[in-house]
Design a protein around this ligand. Structure first.
Ligand code: GLA
Length: 376
């Protein structure tokens, strides 16, 4: 069984786009191990678009890794990644060309799936550019899903059709393990907040085996790389991003250059408490508390062992007092039960509260608590 909890790993696109090669992938695999990412749970090393030659091999019809970028071929690279205790991800597209104009798998689904399986691929990201008008979105994702299954190799199928045709309603049924639900992220607060708010209504489709993918994380990019911007996300905004991705049960695919991320970003990406929420075995979706809005959502997420997480988000540009009345999360005063809270980001034990919780959340910021019910 694969993807029983949200897949975690790293993907080339956000930082490197076309500028990828064998050495970069090996160095990143080394960094995953040496800098503690693997031990924190990150597993997949994923090569996104731009890895192949611009045409298939004329005689065999197969996709060909660009020999300048990947002189040792993909099987050799897969072996290296596997030798580090990691898994290997690759990329293709449901259309006739990938988004960057490389050959992709429309009408080649079965031969390409066999090629990926032969190379030792453990995850396939499957994009949606250059998709013929007459073709059927669901049917083509189903076809690749079947093609991957026919290989006999367990391969995580990562559908990436940017939310077209409401994938939260069908990607699970066609066999995908994760699906992109939005436009591409870039390293700005506006892009991240837009993804966050747009998916608040779609979180409840998450369950073991298939997860809503909010896109690769930008944490630690600080404006560098392909989706980097001059007016980039700040450290505090990265916290909001990571907390939400964890709480929402999104796959956690890092997009920064993890060989050289700053210490604060590395610690955030390796925050054991937040990852524990994301990877909770029950895989319950987060629940938006009654009456809270998309600008100031308050979410709870039930966790195994009787605990839950309680998070407050302020997505607007000024500090704001947020408040939750405990009956709105199912714990009225008459219950005789209080909520014992610990601040996950600071580690501070807040103690037991009854009735309600009121706190100031800084602009673009978040507060998240681990919570236990205590009978008084
Ligand atoms: C699309 C996807 C991105 C990335 C690029 C590659 O835009 O949504 O995540 O894979 O294609 O070209």
């Amino acid at each position: 069984m694969i993807a029983q909890t949200p897949p975690m790993g790293w993907n080339t696109w956000n930082t490197f786009a076309n500028d990828i090669n064998d050495e970069l992938i090996r160095q990143t695999a080394d960094a995953m191990v040496e800098l503690g990412y693997r031990d924190a749970g990150y597993e997949y090393v994923v090569i996104d678009d731009c890895w192949s030659l611009k045409e298939r091999d004329y005689t065999t019809g197969r996709l060909v890794p660009d020999p300048q970028k990947f002189p040792r071929g993909m099987s050799d690279l897969a072996d290296y990644i596997h030798s580090k205790g990691l898994k290997f991800g690759m990329y293709s597209c449901a259309g006739v060309r990938t988004c960057a104009g490389y050959p992709s798998s429309f009408d080649h689904e079965y031969e390409d799936a066999r090629t990926f399986a032969e190379w030792g691929v453990d995850l396939l990201k499957y994009d949606f550019c250059n998709f013929p008008n007459y073709a059927n979105n669901k049917n083509r994702y189903l076809t690749m899903s079947m093609a991957l299954r026919s290989t006999g190799r367990e391969i995580v199928f990562s559908g990436c059709n940017w939310g077209r045709g409401d994938p939260w309603n069908w990607m699970r049924s066609i066999g995908a393990h994760m699906y992109r639900s939005t436009h591409d992220i870039n390293d700005s607060y506006a892009s991240m907040a837009d993804i966050l708010t747009s998916q608040l209504p779609n979180l409840n489709a998450n369950a073991a085996g298939c997860f809503n993918d909010l896109d690769m994380l930008t944490v630690g990019m600080h404006g560098k790389g392909h989706v980097g911007l001059e007016n980039c996300t700040t450290d505090d905004e990265y916290v909001t991003e990571f907390v939400f991705w964890c709480l929402a049960g999104s796959p956690l695919m890092m997009g920064g250059d993890i060989r050289s991320l700053d210490e604060r970003s590395r610690k955030l990406l390796q925050n054991r408490e937040l990852i524990r929420i994301n990877q909770d075995a029950e895989c319950r979706p987060a629940y938006q508390a009654n009456g809270t809005t998309k600008d100031f959502p308050i979410l709870i997420r039930m966790l195994s062992g009787g605990e839950f997480a309680l998070a407050f988000f302020n997505l607007k540009d000024a500090d704001r007092q947020l408040e939750i009345a405990f009956p709105d999360i199912g714990v009225p005063y008459s219950s005789g039960v209080g909520i014992d809270l610990t601040d996950i980001l600071t580690g501070a034990h807040i103690g037991i509260r009854r009735d309600d919780m009121r706190l100031v959340v800084p602009a673009h910021g978040t507060r998240i608590f681990r919570a236990k019910l205590i009978t008084l």
